[in-house]
Design a protein around this ligand. Structure first.
Ligand code: MF3
Ligand code: CO
Length: 256
């Protein structure tokens, strides 16, 4: 069942999203060669605390960390480690789901450590554009799979692979709610979107084949062929007009 949120709930989720977006905007200053992913996670822990945000990953199925940090061929659910030092040219994905007053926002951003190459920047850009195309379809009266189809079209137009094994999701007072939002599919299928639905939309793409597996740590999801993987995520609300991206800083919110 897809839970419809009232404007009070959406406002609460937006507060969580704006706080999370603010944290992500200062993260660029922390990500550089020589920093470990555990140090980055510690910085995130402090920032979440300073903003009154409660991590939703810590304690989830015994996961111990407040963020997932995935590098290069790691797609999602990478585990922060004191042994993993960031190197020049690596692709890093930082995924944080956090709640403010019990209302969640889920967000992932990618960064290239040090100097980006053109091909890496292009790959990252395609994932970002696919997310935007998906969000654009999150409108009342559209079908859920219109989001999925728009993402797939943008990704495949550039010849990249789309992950089948993981999907976006509804979100609210729980990190994961119905429905599952696949990043591929035919348009015109699934539930009709209504104002008050809130979704975490998260394209996951690969340069090579889309097959992934879970590594020995029980968490980290990696590509089978070792090719680079990209992931980006925003939490959005369907309205009777344009979708609201709760995890991007909006001018009206008084933050910038
Ligand atoms: N944003 C991630 C998701 O939607 C959060 C995963 S929490 C973890 O799946 F504990 F599974 F890592
Ligand atoms: Co998510």
């Amino acid at each position: 069942m897809i839970i419809i949120k009232d404007s009070f709930s959406i406002d609460k989720m937006k507060r969580a999203g704006q706080a999370l977006a603010t944290i992500f905007s200062s993260m660029v200053n922390v990500i550089r060669p020589g920093v470990t992913t555990l140090e980055l996670n510690s910085w995130i822990v402090r920032e979440l605390q300073a903003n009154g945000l409660e991590s939703q990953s810590k304690g989830y199925m015994e996961y111990k960390y407040s963020s997932c940090i995935s590098l290069n061929d790691e797609l999602v659910h990478g585990v922060p480690s004191a042994e993993r030092i960031l190197n020049e040219g690596e692709l890093i994905k930082v995924d944080i789901c956090a709640a403010l007053d019990g209302y969640c926002a889920d967000m992932t951003r990618m960064f290239i450590v040090g100097q980006p190459t053109d091909s890496l920047s292009h790959f990252v850009d395609v994932a970002c554009q696919a997310l935007n195309k998906g969000i654009e379809k999150a409108r009342a009266g559209n079908h859920l799979s219109d989001i999925s189809a728009a993402i797939q079209q943008e990704v495949e137009r550039h010849g990249f692979g789309i992950i089948r094994d993981f999907a976006g999701h509804g979100i609210g007072c729980s990190m994961h709610e119905d429905p599952k939002i696949f990043n591929y599919g035919e348009p015109g299928k699934g539930p009709i979107l209504q104002p008050g639905m809130t979704f975490a939309i998260e394209p996951m793409i690969t340069i090579g084949h889309y097959d992934v597996y879970i590594a020995d740590d029980g968490w980290t999801v990696k590509t089978v062929d070792g090719s680079l993987a990209a992931h980006i995520e925003d939490t959005i609300a369907v309205t009777d007009g344009d979708p609201i991206v709760l995890t991007r800083i909006s001018k009206e919110s008084g933050q910038s």
